[in-house]
Design a protein around this ligand. Structure first.
Ligand SMILES: [Zn+2]
Length: 305
């Protein structure tokens, strides 16, 4: 199998992207629908200037009247959201969908925070969208990690009554050994998503295309991020065949059904911004935290929410 990463291009690798179980990731751009608080027509031009000519963005549409920006892209949603936010606008990701309007299912898991569990301050959001019958897009941002690789897995159940210890093992309907997301269904758990890469600020931004995960099979289960790198089943220790020797479970969240693209017509409002975990928050750790904070504050108009 050719390297899945090679087709992603250099710009994507900067964001810690990787692709699981897919040999042609570039062929699956998703549509992202953002609600954006636009107060004047000039905002449209500002946003356009941030999206025009960016590698990985196929096309986009800015609707001033509706207060929406729809972007067709193979970049992680965080990257697009960050670009729009850099104009000083309030932005909320409202839906992710396949290229066609047909909604095959979407789900979201909040890691840590009020609805998930985290013993360590690690938190994030992971969104799953069924792109077509075969492929599921798993798009996420997780903060508070140590820099480097961390295992990401779908677990059997969504019971977080005892934190991340009560969610069972990796989702494994075929009763096979743990493996790499590149493997076929008899040589990996369906829940094996491989590793995500946290940058020096402790933030992992990723977009995974997977052929075994189906949104309809994973609602009510959970997603867990681990302390260590997943060895993808290649290690010497016995536990390598169980969980890739990926260490403690740092944070987890229950996978819940969510609105698909264009299914949620709410306009942006203060309540949305407060109830959703907000990816524009600063990284929890790292030397550039303060610097980013200052930059972002500098960009926020005083009249914003
Ligand atoms: Zn596994």
């Amino acid at each position: 199998m050719p390297s899945a990463n090679s087709a992603m291009g250099n710009s994507n690798s900067l964001f810690g992207n990787h692709v699981a179980g897919d040999i042609n990731p570039g062929a699956k751009p998703t549509k992202l629908e953002f609600a954006v608080k636009m107060s004047c027509n000039a905002c449209v031009e500002q946003i356009r200037s941030k999206l025009d000519g960016v590698s990985g963005i196929d096309n986009f549409n800015i609707d001033f009247t509706m207060g929406t920006v729809v972007v067709e892209t193979s970049l992680p949603s965080y990257v697009i959201q960050h670009r729009i936010q850099s104009t000083g606008k309030d932005v909320i990701l409202r839906g992710i969908g396949g290229k066609e309007h047909k909604n095959l299912g979407s789900a979201v898991a909040m890691l840590g925070g009020d609805s998930g569990f985290s013993a360590t301050g690690v938190h994030g959001v992971v969104r799953m969208t069924q792109f077509d019958e075969a492929n599921c897009i798993i798009d996420g941002t997780i903060d508070g990690l140590s820099p480097g690789k961390h295992g990401l897995h779908i677990h059997e159940c969504g019971d977080i009554s005892k934190g991340c210890d009560s969610v069972g093992g990796h989702y494994n309907p075929n009763n096979v050994n743990h493996g790499s997301p590149e493997m076929d269904e008899m040589n990996r758990h369906v829940g094996d998503l491989g590793n995500v890469l946290a940058d020096t600020d402790g933030r992992a931004v990723f977009r995974i295309v997977d052929r075994l995960v189906k949104v309809w099979d994973i609602i009510g289960r959970s997603i867990v991020i681990t302390e260590s790198e997943d060895d993808l089943g290649t290690g010497e220790k016995e536990i390598s065949k169980v969980d890739g020797n990926s260490g403690h479970r740092l944070a987890c969240g229950i996978i819940a059904r969510s609105a698909g693209l264009f299914e949620n017509s709410k306009k942006i409002c203060a309540c949305d911004g407060l109830t959703l975990w907000d990816e524009k928050n600063k990284p929890l750790a790292g030397s550039s935290r303060q610097q980013k904070q200052e930059q972002e504050e500098g960009l926020q108009p005083s009249s914003s929410l």
